[in-house]
Design a protein around this ligand. Structure first.
Ligand SMILES: *[C@@H]1O[C@H](CO)[C@@H](O)[C@H](O)[C@H]1NC(C)=O
Ligand SMILES: *[C@@H]1O[C@H](CO)[C@@H](O)[C@H](O)[C@H]1NC(C)=O
Ligand SMILES: *[C@@H]1O[C@H](CO)[C@@H](O)[C@H](O)[C@H]1NC(C)=O
Ligand SMILES: *[C@@H]1O[C@H](CO)[C@@H](O)[C@H](O)[C@H]1NC(C)=O
Length: 929
């Protein structure tokens, strides 16, 4: 018998023992005596307290029972602490002087000018720091010179460390594909501390992240909160912030309040509800002293976590996208009576605010992206992508950039999250910037990445605010954190400065305050645009840029621009304005806005797909002649043309158009070495037959080279060499003959510096033998900075995609990270070597197929390059990187460009401005939004 089992009656107590000690006849005799003396036994012995032999761990069981429904909370003495449990011995006290401090308090409205004192891993004083305090503690001094300081940024949805970078097949633990409901799976058990993403996230000000298992399963498992600094112990455990007690199997002190746990959950609560009720009945008896037949405390691994969900001890973090799922989950939370902490992704929660308000106990927060939607994940494992994720990425289709504001207007909590590496965690604050741009107030936008996630994680007693007694996690910014391109100049985690030698670029004074964001009230209600081929007079312009071929320059003294039939017919100052020019024209006040060459995008699948991996919405994938069996009817040597697959009026195209991108250059979607011939087309056109819809049927021939493809990298180079030097008599031969003669650009998607070196040598070899200069452009080019002088000497151009690098794969691992980690960004470094640079979309994993949604942000990406260059990249250079350079590099003949973007309230570089019109000479119209 198990001595731990509770036993309550003398008969029960003695019988089994007797069985061991005595033979059967004696036992019967003993029983008879006991039965006979029953009456006396009761009268004489009835003192259960004394008689009942309690199970060995009864005290612990009782403590556990008493704690069953105790809600997680910090220990009562927590606020008296003078040193953090995460304090690292040897950490110096620090005085951050002269800061502009956003504290997170008073609904995020409090801003203090003053100092912050950090000691013992916690914030000791904020605002005015007493001299006596400083006198008592030796400390380092950081002069912030008035810079903005915020709490450390909290990323409430990250797969950092479980999907480490660079991605290697053997180290991807984001999802388990071994079961649909995995409440016992823990992200902690797979955290790879060697992830390059750690240092990069810290470079974006992230100090704390909730690491969730992926969303491939209905119930992915348990998330854990970590701090991102390197620790002396170097273990994953040392990263944990307030992990649940007893995590390592040590005895739990049930008299200490429990800690929050985090569950990534969808359904299957019924079993758990049964177990909960079994436990409750058990404890009712145990607490009442009725140990008879109780046995062990009922619990099993499968339901343990879910029972705690039902007891309200978990912060339930659920992936839910569409209104139908949100409605279903809220219904379930009420049926099973557990609160939901947050809906993650929640692309449609803005459509159903009333449903959220019906959530059990309190409405869940929405943890959302700013503009990331209509995409697909699963980039590391294509099968996963096809089987699971893509099926539901349709659910991101109805996302709105105004969701954050609409939710906030409904009094619901908004959190911006990265879903790293979906959005690289380093750029989480950019999500808040975009939400702010689209109408979320300044205080709530800052709260959305600091205090709001801290509250939803149940950690508001120690992170997310700059407050005495809180963890010493703060970020010193080079500009207002909601200004575009805001970058930390220093980050403290547990009081420890994270950069030994930060590179800080000087930002314009205008970046030191929150942008005065445009009014989008009209867009929220109605997105209709008007189109006119008549006259439009744009007035009150502060900058007018013109483009001649590849050169862009600012025209002097232009207050007005007159457009007729989509063509700029006149521009000049107010003094030069005549009544004739005004006559009959529709007049539009730009309030200090701009007219500039429209942007051009390359490096996405724009025009070839609507929802990235929803196959029925996409042109599809082309056969790779190096690795696939090509149907004879197609002919093995047929070169595919993107122009034959174009779709017009996709949502991503229209959104990009409304944000200033007039055209895109797209190559067919290849999974192997060969893509085919790219096309240049207008994003504002409704169909291919419209005037100006297709701008150039064939731009360049596109191939991919690298270690990740079905063929070997050496085979790829050999194939190129053959095609260029001994062109066969077929379509490929004809096209590559044009390449070797310099009349068709060879556009190569490639990241790895060693492969790039081979390409440069091949180019030289071909040019020597053929006697002509080849046009070669590298797309992607994450490691191009390592060979900048050689690339420049070879006359090769680069389309940097994404413009802000991340070591997604092995071939991209050597990035130039930019400030504060390196002085220069890749774009600025390449440009400083006189390489023609274009900017691709900041999409996911540098993959064209996962980047359409990001094309609309090209204006922010180009502005970012200029801002972080410290002045070396002018607005003109940045504009050409996002327009003329791309056309030049991809073989689009543009001449004097005829497409313009018109902004109100500032220029394309400013978060104060929005695009209000597109002017198209090729289409003969002006579109007014
Ligand atoms: C704080 O920094 C600003 C900007 O550098 C400077 O103008 C101001 O004098 C400084 N204030 C103090 C108290 O040092
Ligand atoms: C287990 O974790 C507790 C903190 O929860 C710690 O005090 C204890 O030392 C750990 N035990 C081992 C064996 O690591
Ligand atoms: C031009 O725009 C500025 C900035 O919005 C505004 O203050 C000014 O009144 C405008 N001027 C005219 C003439 O409309
Ligand atoms: C880039 O071009 C400029 C002007 O033509 C020249 O002065 C400069 O030396 C060049 N830089 C490099 C790194 O070649």
């Amino acid at each position: 018998m198990d001595l731990k089992a509770p036993i309550s009656s003398p008969i029960h107590l003695n019988a089994p023992r007797a069985r061991r000690r005595v033979g059967r006849p004696e036992l019967l005799g003993l029983l008879a005596v006991l039965l006979a003396s029953n009456f006396f036994a009761f009268g004489f012995f009835y003192q259960p307290q004394r008689l009942t032999e309690l199970p060995l761990h009864s005290e612990s069981i009782l403590a556990r029972c008493r704690a069953l429904d105790v809600k997680p909370a910090p220990a009562p003495s927590f606020h008296l602490r003078t040193q953090s449990d995460r304090f690292q011995t040897g950490t110096h006290a620090v005085l951050v002087k002269n800061a502009t401090i956003w504290t997170g308090r008073v609904d995020g409205l409090e801003v203090l000018k003053g100092d912050i004192f950090l000691d013992g891993g916690i914030i000791v004083a904020v605002g005015v720091v007493k001299q006596s305090l400083l006198d008592q503690h030796r400390h380092d001094i950081v002069d912030a010179q008035g810079a903005w300081v915020t709490p450390g940024i909290v990323d409430m949805h990250s797969h950092l460390a479980v999907e480490p970078a660079p991605a290697l097949a053997g180290a991807q633990d984001g999802n388990s594909l071994k079961g649909l409901v995995l409440p016992f799976l823990r992200s902690l058990d797979a955290m790879n501390t060697h992830d390059d993403g750690f240092a990069l996230a810290v470079a974006g000000g992230i100090t704390t992240s909730l690491i969730l298992p992926g969303s491939a399963d209905a119930m992915g498992g348990q998330g854990f909160v970590i701090k991102l600094r390197p620790t002396k112990e170097r273990s994953s455990s040392a990263l944990l912030l307030e992990p649940p007690l007893g995590l390592n199997g040590s005895d739990v002190d049930y008299d200490v309040p429990p800690r929050w746990r985090h569950m990534n959950v969808r359904k299957a609560y019924d079993e758990a509800r049964k177990m909960k009720s079994v436990q409750d009945q058990y404890c009712e008896k145990a607490l009442g002293g009725q140990w008879a037949g109780l046995g062990k405390f009922p619990s099993d691994l499968a339901s343990e976590a879910l029972v705690d969900v039902l007891r309200g001890k978990f912060k339930v973090q659920t992936h839910c996208y569409e209104a139908v799922d949100i409605d279903a989950f809220i219904r379930m939370s009420n049926e099973f009576q557990f609160p939901v902490a947050a809906f993650h992704h929640a692309h449609e929660s803005y459509l159903v605010p009333e449903v959220l308000k019906r959530g059990y106990e309190h409405p869940p927060a929405s943890a959302i992206f700013a503009s990331f939607s209509r995409f697909c994940f699963g980039y590391t494992r294509r099968p996963l992508c096809l089987i699971v994720s893509c099926r539901y990425k349709r659910e991101a289709y109805r996302h709105s950039e105004f969701a954050a504001r609409i939710l906030a207007d409904n009094g619901l909590k908004v959190i911006m999250k990265s879903d790293h590496p979906g959005i690289v965690s380093r750029y989480l604050v950019h999500e808040a910037q975009q939400a702010h741009y689209h109408g979320l107030s300044t205080n709530l936008a800052l709260a959305s990445v600091t205090s709001a996630p801290s509250e939803v994680l149940g950690l508001e007693h120690r992170i997310g605010f700059v407050k005495p007694g809180y963890d010493a996690d703060i970020v010193v910014w080079d500009s207002h954190p909601l200004a575009l391109g805001a970058t930390p100049s220093q980050v403290f985690i547990d009081g420890i400065p994270q950069f030994a030698n930060p590179h800080v670029s000087k930002k314009p004074a205008s970046q030191q305050s929150a942008p005065k964001t445009p009014d989008f009230d009209k867009e929220i209600k109605d997105t209709a645009a008007t189109q006119t081929s008549g006259s439009v007079l744009f007035r009150n312009i502060s900058s007018f840029w013109t483009r001649d071929g590849s050169s862009i320059r600012m025209a002097e003294a232009v207050d007005n621009v007159l457009v007729k039939g989509g063509v700029i017919v006149w521009s000049g100052s107010d003094a030069e304005l005549t009544s004739a020019s005004i006559d009959g024209a529709l007049t539009v006040d730009l309030q200090g806005g701009s007219v500039s060459p429209a942007l051009v995008s390359a490096g996405s699948m724009m025009g070839l797909q609507e929802i990235a991996m929803e196959e029925s919405t996409a042109d599809g994938v082309v056969f790779d002649p190096l690795s696939a069996e090509i149907p004879t009817i197609l002919g093995e040597q047929t070169v595919i043309r993107a122009v034959d697959g174009l779709q017009f009026g996709t949502r991503d195209a229209l959104l990009a158009y409304r944000d200033g991108v007039a055209s895109a250059i797209t190559a067919p979607n290849g999974y192997g070495m060969f893509q085919g011939l790219s096309v240049s087309f207008s994003l504002g056109s409704g169909n291919k037959l419209e005037k100006g819809a297709v701008l150039q049927e064939i731009a360049g021939i596109h191939v991919s080279l690298g270690l990740q493809l079905p063929s070997s990298a050496s085979t790829q180079i050999a194939t190129l060499r053959r095609l260029l030097l001994q062109p066969p008599k077929d379509e490929y031969g004809l096209e590559f003959q044009q390449v070797s003669r310099g009349s068709l650009p060879l556009v190569v998607t490639v990241h790895n510096a060693d492969v790039i070196a081979n390409l440069l040598l091949l180019k030289q070899e071909v040019e020597t033998k053929v006697g002509k200069t080849m046009k070669m452009t590298l797309v992607g080019a994450t490691e191009a900075h390592l060979l900048a002088p050689e690339i420049a000497a070879a006359g090769v151009g680069v389309i940097l995609s994404p413009p802000r690098s991340f070591p997604y794969t092995w071939e991209q691992r050597r990035i130039l990270a930019g400030p504060p980690l390196t002085a220069q960004s890749s774009a600025a470094w390449l440009a400083s070597h006189n390489i023609t640079v274009g900017l691709g979309p900041q999409g996911v994993n540098a993959q064209a197929a996962m980047s359409n949604w990001a094309v609309r942000n090209l204006r922010f990406d180009m502005a970012w390059v200029a801002l972080e260059s410290g002045g070396s990249i002018s607005k003109e250079i940045a504009l050409s990187m996002a327009s003329s350079n791309i056309e030049t590099l991809l073989g689009v003949r543009s001449g004097a460009s005829s497409e313009f973007a018109v902004t109100r309230g500032g220029d394309l570089f400013s978060l104060d401005a929005k695009v209000i019109a597109m002017v198209s000479a090729k289409r003969g119209v002006v579109d007014l939004f």
